[in-house]
Write a protein that binds this ligand. Structure first.
Ligand code: BG6
Length: 487
């Protein structure tokens, strides 16, 4: 076995518009759901649910506030004005690819305009041209937690079927205007996350649902996203010859805490539920067991006559996923719990955790790769992985051996999975440059190889500094992974 990864392996990083761009009210951009996510210094870092809690009252208060003081995603890291410098740093690391998203509200400020805002289109054209010049292949997410706030307020987001048309119009413009630069497209970031944070993912405001109907509304919104995803997959295939469209799943790997059969059964069900979303997008239909479960729970999804055919007819070309941590499951209600990526799971006694309580599990990544490849038999891409940590600047340097250890261990497991037959075509680390946290809106939860001098309140110069991990990742890419075999 060679120490190198497959030829043409896409090494790179991943960012999202709402967590990096800033310039929330520049160039005709409208408010997105991310622009009203507030930073809550009084809330425990590990309490993701409290960080993400939203109400109509909080939305109105945020929408009326014209400052970015409590809304860090309005500032991001000012990628809007720093994109050339940031892309140059990625190129210096040798990035083959960069995953980024297009802010829907830069092109369609309220989501309902019939023609795009040209200033928004122009911004992304400049970004893609620069990436082309630097030989960085874009992977573009159409929807990454940043839908127009206006659609959320007016229609309760994706609960309304008409939002499919708005999204199709936005996506069609993206394909027509950026198709010459972009071959790889992802439809919805972590489509499964709608159950964990319906507002962020789909503009669904929980207090707008009738009593007892929130779950029903969330499944309806999810169905509309599935249909929209299939429709835009069809349009991308028609408009961009040779393009590849992927789904994107939060891979929440769950293990039984013990071999007690009840632990195994509960774990199996958790994993089936986690795979349900990719099942629909790869196989083109709702799994029978999920349908049965919904029926048992009294949830009826309203489907238009053509929906089944749309889902079946336009499945994705590859599966992409995020992987940060794993957790355990147990039949014992008193089992100790720990937070993960917007989940609370049972603590696994064999695993260490990050400062935010996420359990570090490189082997879990290999297991996920094998499981997903065996289940779907299409190419896989890891489009998010990384470790949120507190970094300290000492004499202008940032020593982050913990980050290097995290990545090294994960990359080695990727290589093992590839050697065992998994078709993994790319890897983009999450937040190759520090950015605003999706869950907590913090800057101090840092993922990058590149440090950004900004704090949670937005103080700082926004200067970019290379961490120790910068050179380390650069060598991994330059040697196509062969350097991982060292020590
Ligand atoms: C993923 C999201 O779930 O996790 C990203 O797609 C997010 O947007 C990442 O940033 C890490 O989560 P957090 O809360 O640490 O930013």
């Amino acid at each position: 076995m060679t120490n190198e990864f497959p030829k043409d392996f896409l090494w790179g990083g991943a960012i999202a518009a709402n967590q990096v761009e800033g310039a929330w009210n520049v160039g005709g951009k409208g408010l997105s759901v991310a622009d009203i996510a507030s930073y809550k210094p009084h809330v425990d870092n590990k309490d993701y649910a409290a960080h993400m809690h939203i109400s109509t009252e909080a939305i109105n208060e945020a929408a009326a506030d014209q400052t970015d003081k409590w809304y860090p995603k309005r500032r991001g890291i000012d990628f809007y004005h720093h994109y050339q410098e940031d892309l140059a740093l990625f190129a210096e690391m040798g990035f083959k690819t960069l995953r980024l998203s297009i802010a829907w509200t830069r092109l369609f400020p309220t989501g309902e305009e019939q023609e795009p805002n040209e200033e928004g289109v122009l911004f992304y054209e400049k970004v893609f041209k620069e990436m082309k010049r630097l030989n960085i292949e874009p992977i573009v997410t159409l929807s990454h937690y940043e839908m127009p706030l206006a659609l959320s307020l007016k229609y309760n987001g994706w609960v309304a079927r008409k939002v499919i048309d708005d999204f199709v119009r936005f996506s069609t413009v993206c394909f027509e205007r950026f198709g010459k630069y972009v071959k790889y497209w992802l439809t919805f970031n972590e489509i499964d996350s709608i159950h964990r944070h319906p507002f962020t993912t789909a503009g669904v405001v929980p207090d707008k649902s009738k009593e007892g109907e929130l779950e029903q509304d969330v499944y309806q919104a999810l169905h509309h996203q599935f249909v929209a995803s299939a429709l835009v997959t069809k349009i991308a295939h028609e408009k961009i010859p040779g393009c590849q469209v992927g789904c994107m799943l939060t891979k929440l790997m769950t293990y039984p805490l013990t071999c007690a059969p009840i632990d195994v059964e509960l774990t199996l069900k958790k994993n089936l539920e986690n795979n349900f979303y990719a099942d629909v997008q790869v196989k083109g239909e709702y799994p029978r067991m999920i349908k049965q479960d919904l029926k048992k729970r009294g949830i009826t999804i309203k489907m238009a006559a053509e929906d089944e055919q749309i889902l079946k007819g336009h499945t994705v070309d590859f599966v992409s996923f995020s992987y940060y941590m794993s957790m355990a499951e147990s039949g014992n209600p008193n089992a100790e719990r720990t937070p993960g990526n917007t989940v609370l799971g049972v603590k696994n006694p064999y695993l260490p955790s990050t400062d935010w309580g996420w359990q570090i599990d490189p082997k879990g990544l290999k297991i996920a790769l094998i499981e997903l490849y065996d289940r779907y038999n299409v190419p896989l891409m890891i489009v998010e992985n990384g470790m949120g940590a507190v970094d300290r600047v000492e004499d202008g340097k940032i020593h982050d051996p913990y980050r290097i250890d995290y990545f090294k261990a994960h990359f080695r497991q990727m290589k093992e999975a590839i050697d065992e037959g998994v078709d993994l075509i790319g890897y983009t680390s999450w937040g190759p440059i520090d950015l605003v946290s999706a869950g907590t809106s913090q800057m101090t939860k840092r993922y990058g190889f590149i440090y950004v001098d900004a704090d949670d309140e937005g103080n700082g110069t926004y200067e970019r500094l290379k961490k120790d991990s910068f050179d380390w990742y650069k060598e991994v890419i330059a040697t196509n992974g062969a350097s991982l075999a060292k020590e």
